[in-house]
Design a binder for this molecule. Sequence first.
Ligand SMILES: [Fe+2]
Length: 181
Amino acid sequence: MAVVKIPSSNTVVSERGQVATFLAAHGIDYERWTPDHSVATDAPPDTVLEAYDREIETLKERGGYRTADVIDVHPDTPNLDTMLAKFNREHWHDEDEVRFIIEGRGLFHVHPPGADVFVLEVEAGDLIRVPRGTHHWFDLCAERRIRAIRLFQDPSGWTPHYTDSGVDRGFQPVCFGPAYM
Ligand SMILES: [Fe+2]
């Protein structure tokens, strides 16, 4: 289950319906997906995509997404720090950022126009769709592990555009969950 934190008011939203309502107010879709049949979290990408085919096809139709793939990040991923450094500064894309988490966790900071930054921690089973143009940044949690399905309208649109606002420097990427307890 995703958790939302609003640092400026020291608020946490963790009830599923409230998380979805909060995110919807900021244009972010949130769903929980279950596979058509059980699938191992370390199954080959094609097997994972096939298990979630129904949801993927529905979302493709809704958002005009053309391709889906599986990204796999773990602590031994080559050049992991370089890869993460591309996304842990405030940026936006010409493309929606659509992620379904298969395994691991991740932390999105979202900076809505004229509103306070909020933090969204996602874990296995969570689907989020962050609309194009949304200012945000991303970090992994302490275990540095995430496996996720990504959907693209056009993968070339996913290049980050940096705001260089420096807002991101005011936030520590601290996840909830067992790794920090
Ligand atoms: Fe991004």
